[in-house]
Design a protein. Structure first.
Length: 57
């Protein structure tokens, strides 16, 4: 999924159905724009939640 950088906090927590994906890849400046790409492969379909995190993960 690609998201404009200004919509994301500096530290985010990504969950799918309340589970943190095991493999998660994040890239900045995708397509030469101020966009962030978040890539993961969940084991089941469901709701993806992006929330600001105060934790150092």
């Amino acid at each position: 999924m690609c998201i404009p950088s200004d919509l994301l906090a500096s530290k985010m927590l990504v969950t799918v159905n309340g589970q943190i994906p095991k493999q998660l890849e994040v890239k900045d400046n995708v397509f030469g724009k101020d966009t962030v790409m978040i890539r993961f492969t969940p084991s089941k379909s469901g709701i993806v939640l992006l929330t600001p995190s105060a934790l150092d993960v």
